[in-house]
Design a protein around this ligand. Structure first.
Ligand code: SAH
Length: 506
């Protein structure tokens, strides 16, 4: 059987800007052929697929277009569903046409899934519409990098400069000087506004604005390089009213996210929505416990507990994974009541089909202990499924009330070894404004990770999810700048927003 190739536009950079059809193709792909313009997060949407990188890699042979075409044909002939993931739109300077022609010649069936092109989305994310009533009624997308083997220019500078209102150049930063000279020669005025947008739609987006006269100098000053979109025309002026991105409450803030990797995304996406650039630095990793026998024994008699208490979403995941291995499901809880420490734990339970019977008002150990006092647990068996290093206060508090407590380590936390060097470098280069701390163990792991370089945190604001985390940070000699009133990711995001607006006023 012959496979099929899907030429999928990945969108301009932000992984959420792929189309639904593109995502569907990715999720069903058996092979993904990609290069550096496709967002890495998109590859995670095809976890089972083989990945073939065909982009430029320093110090290695770069595949020619013919070689890439050959890979596509070969994979399809092996009967596989192949996604060729391309930045932006496959047919806008994407060589998608070449690939389609090669596939057609080889008799391989293919589908084209259009994408959001950086030529339009890049300007949008800088607050520049490529057309605007009364300002620009046409736009053209032009290559800024003509094939050097071609004789003379294929670009009709004269016609473009005189006949088109907005000019968008892709692959143009390296040739900015020539582009400007050509436009000036063809009659575009010196004061014509120009914007250069690098890594548009990603957290690294950078925008430089100027005129045909000074843009080159400004681009050089800012060190702005490829990949960037250039926009030339009066529409650039609309940015004064339409630059929605730099008006977001956390615009420009670079925020270190210190949660375990698989939990980081929730905080990161909240931060991105608010305009910040999250930098993920997983200080802890979650692992299965080394010896699960105690854990298994507790799970085997889970229905005997009057209450099962979960103090984190990780605990919920660990319990359900262990149950699944034993071929069991949510019904094992029988008539036991279930407590969640806070909304994310309750969410994790809900996803597994369990509605928590009780959740404290405040998402803290003390609040659970106080709450259980009302629930009367004298003589009641309580199971605590927690991390290996969890502090003993919760179990002690419940025992004091007469509960018969069984505490089990459901998962193990370990310091994340990798990426420490990267953190030191970022701090040294002052490329972090705020560090978020979401548990005592992340504080300890951060400090351990920095070792004798902890002074680097002096110039950085520290944001804590709650008073316990803040107390740990202070005990370790750190100055805490803000503590969330509500001890959740949303609460932390709100506290950061309030803090940032105070900082702006200062
Ligand atoms: N098919 C792509 C363009 C590929 S050509 C599309 O439709 O977007 C590669 C050029 O696209 C880069 O040199 C740069 O000019 C532009 N480009 C792609 N992604 C970009 C991004 N996120 N930010 C700025 N420019 C980008």
């Amino acid at each position: 059987m012959l496979g099929r190739v899907y030429l999928v536009g990945a969108g301009p950079g932000d992984p959420k800007l792929i189309t639904l059809r593109g995502l569907e193709c990715l999720e069903r792909a058996e092979v993904v052929v990609y290069d550096r313009l496709a967002a890495p997060e998109l590859l995670d949407r095809a976890p089972a697929a083989e990945r073939i990188f065909v982009g430029k890699r320093p110090g290695r042979h770069t595949m020619t277009q013919d070689e890439i075409n050959a890979v596509l044909v070969e994979q399809a002939r092996a009967g596989r569903r192949v996604v060729r993931l391309k930045g932006g739109d496959p047919f806008v300077f994407g060589r998608g046409g070449d690939e389609g022609i090669a596939l057609d010649a080889a008799g391989v069936s293919f589908e084209v899934v259009p994408g959001v092109t950086s030529a339009i989305a890049g300007p949008s994310f800088a607050g520049i519409p490529v057309t605007h009533r009364g300002v620009a009624s046409s736009f053209a997308v032009v290559t800024g990098h003509e094939d050097p083997t071609k004789d003379g220019s294929q670009i009709r500078w004269d016609a473009l400069a005189r006949g088109v209102d907005t000019l968008v150049f892709l692959m143009g930063v390296e040739h900015l000087g020539e582009i400007i000279a050509n436009l000036r020669r063809a009659g575009r005025p010196a004061e014509e506004p120009v914007a250069a947008i690098r890594w548009a739609t990603t957290p690294e987006q950078q925008v430089v604005v100027g005129t045909l006269v000074d843009i080159e100098e400004r681009v050089q000053e800012m060190g702005l390089r490829a990949p960037a979109v250039l926009v030339v025309g009066p529409v650039v002026g609309l940015r004064a009213c339409l630059d929605w991105r730099s008006r977001l409450p956390l615009a420009g803030l670079r925020v270190l996210v210190t949660r375990a990797r698989h939990q980081a995304s929730q905080l990161s996406s909240r931060l991105i929505e608010l305009g910040a650039t999250p930098i993920e630095y997983p200080t802890i990793e979650i692992h299965a416990v080394d010896d699960p026998s105690v854990f298994d024994a507790a799970l085997a008699r889970i229905a005997c507990f009057g209450w099962v208490v979960f103090t984190s979403a990780n605990g919920v995941e660990a319990v359900f994974e262990r149950l699944a291995l034993a071929g069991r499901d949510a019904r094992v809880f029988g008539r036991s009541k279930v407590c969640a420490i806070g909304p994310s734990t309750a969410d994790a339970l809900r996803k597994r089909g369990i509605i928590a019977d009780w959740m404290p008002q405040e998402f803290l150990t003390d609040a659970i202990v106080a709450g259980f006092r009302q629930l009367d647990v004298r003589g009641v068996e309580v199971l605590l499924a927690r991390a290996d290093i969890a502090p003993p206060a919760l179990a002690a508090g419940l025992r004091e009330q007469g509960a018969v407590v069984t505490e089990v380590a459901a998962y193990r936390t370990a310091p994340a070894e990798e990426s420490r060097g990267r953190l030191v470098t970022l701090l040294e280069q002052c490329r972090i404004d705020v560090v978020t701390l979401t548990s005592s163990s992340t504080v300890r792991n951060l400090i351990d990770g920095l070792g004798d370089r902890r002074k680097l945190l002096d110039g950085v604001a520290l944001a804590c999810i709650g008073p316990v985390t803040a107390a740990t940070a202070r005990e370790l000699g750190l100055g805490v700048d803000l503590v969330a009133d509500e001890h959740t990711i949303d609460g932390l995001a709100r506290a950061l927003t309030a803090w940032a607006s105070r900082e702006v006023q200062r």
